[in-house]
Design a protein around this ligand. Structure first.
Ligand SMILES: [Mn+2]
Length: 281
């Protein structure tokens, strides 16, 4: 048996949708998780900082600094940290290719696992428009798909310049519950398509807060989940194997580690779809 308190060594760690700055971010769990896991590379797959929440009302307790400092410290000590912005931290999208405190910002990356599999890594919000208009786009064909993504990028930029919020899946889902349930399946399919277009073996994304690893028509679809509710991360072991880690299953025997409370309706986001974990994208 290995020392239970020693951090687990991983090749890569993928984390998304922490939403630092929102009251529901499970920062204490994430801090403990980061303490217990060392990785050669950490990929932050978007929505780590919730810029929209912060814009509305500043909520930045010490634990948020602790998370940021923990990541910066890891970067200083030799971990490669890559930050792929999401729609909630899109202010970072103005800085692709830059570094801050040893953290690299990239819009998307291709990650190659130790066993040679290639994964497209992106947040996933760029497909919102495609998912919402899937039926029309399928009818119009490939050019419409490309156009829709291009238009989405432009519209998001314009809205940002005007200080308007990004189109929010959660707000929309409240109004259209039935479609929201379909949204998850449609999102997964569209993202898998994008992986296929990039001629890779799989895709790792976040955005819809729905942690899962599954095969979608030959593409390995991996969603890292979130640290608002499910508290999940995806680990790549040294042999290239990917594993979904759920915080509540980390060190169940360690009494010093607080267990995850039973799933209850969280105050964030207000918009929950019954029991469906399809919110706050
Ligand atoms: Mn998102």
């Amino acid at each position: 048996m290995s020392d239970q308190s020693a951090p687990k060594s991983l090749r890569t760690l993928f984390i998304s949708d922490v939403h630092l700055g929102s009251k529901a971010a499970k920062t204490d769990f994430l801090l403990e998780f980061l303490r217990l896991h060392e990785a050669q590379t950490i990929v932050l797959v978007g929505d780590i900082i919730d810029g929209w929440r912060l814009k509305r009302s500043w909520y930045w307790p010490q634990e948020c600094n602790d998370v940021v400092q923990k990541l910066l410290r890891k970067a200083r000590k030799g971990t490669r940290v890559i930050y792929i912005p999401g729609n909630h931290d899109e202010f970072l999208r103005d800085f692709p290719g830059t570094h801050f405190g040893g953290i690299e910002v990239a819009e998307r990356i291709i990650h190659e696992t130790a066993d040679g599999k290639k994964y497209l890594v992106l947040h996933g919000d760029e497909f919102d428009v495609v998912v919402r208009n899937a039926r029309v786009l399928a009818y119009l064909g490939d050019w419409a798909y490309d156009a829709a993504i291009a238009i989405n990028v432009v519209l998001a930029a314009v809205r940002r310049k005007l200080g308007m919020p990004y189109w929010s899946f959660s707000a929309w889902a409240k109004l259209q519950v039935k479609q929201a349930v379909n949204f998850i399946g449609e999102f997964q399919r569209v993202v898998a398509d994008e992986a296929r277009r990039n001629e890779v073996d799989g895709v790792i994304c976040g955005h819809i807060h729905h942690a899962v690893m599954e095969d979608i028509d030959g593409i390995h679809y991996v969603n890292t989940g979130d640290w608002v509710e499910s508290c999940t991360a995806v680990a790549e072991h040294h042999d290239g194997r990917l594993e979904m880690i759920t915080w509540s299953q980390v060190q169940p025997g360690d009494a010093t580690v607080k267990a995850l409370p039973p799933p209850v309706a969280t105050p964030f986001p207000v918009d929950q779809l019954g029991k469906k974990k399809a919110h706050a994208a």
